[in-house]
Design a protein around this ligand. Structure first.
Ligand code: NI
Length: 183
């Protein structure tokens, strides 16, 4: 296991479209996924995308800690999910506002609109197809991480720059919006 350095906002790797992984069965991909999972947990993150560790590849890891799941969000997976070449399809057109942070933008949070429900699919590191429906915080994390694969940061999704705050002031955003997703 290796802890990886995390790219911060401003590095060009975070602004490019990452490459599709041609050989998901490559053992190097499995090692990469393991290192990404360790790096995410070490940094107290809930998700990490390969561009955030300077790798131009379409792979993400994430988890939904039980305390972050929402009422009725029974479908949230336990443990860490790794997805290779993930794709998302929104279900319905309902949007939800929720507080997000990003390991590449440390110390800052923002109120970000996301699809309330999505379907997503991709390959697990063992080569099997993983297909799920997600809602609430689970859906939010997956959308945030897949955005990273397209060079998109949560700042790009804000309604207004007034919707960002430093961590210690972020409760003011919650007071203002009373979002459905208290991420
Ligand atoms: Ni992020």
């Amino acid at each position: 296991m290796t802890l990886l350095k995390i790219a911060k906002m401003g590095h060009p790797v975070l602004r490019q479209r990452a490459r599709t992984i041609a050989d998901p069965a490559d053992p190097a991909i499995r090692r990469l996924v393991e290192d990404m999972a360790q790096t995410m947990l070490d940094a107290n993150g809930v998700g990490l995308a390969a561009p955030q560790i300077y790798r131009d590849l379409r792979v993400i890891v994430f988890h939904v800690p039980p305390e972050r799941g929402e009422t009725g969000d029974a479908k949230a997976p336990s443990g860490i999910t790794a997805l290779i070449n993930p794709e998302i399809v929104p279900i319905g057109d309902e949007m939800a506002l929720g507080l997000e942070g990003c390991l590449s933008i440390p110390g800052i949070r923002g109120v970000v609109p996301r699809h309330r429900r999505i379907g997503y699919r991709g390959l697990a590191p063992d080569g099997t197809v993983l297909e799920r429906e997600a809602e609430g915080f689970h859906a939010r994390v997956v959308q945030h991480e897949v955005d990273h694969l397209d060079g998109v940061l949560f700042f790009d999704r804000l309604h207004s720059l007034a919707d960002i705050a430093f961590d210690e002031e972020a409760h003011h955003l919650l007071e203002r919006y009373q979002p459905q997703d208290r991420g």
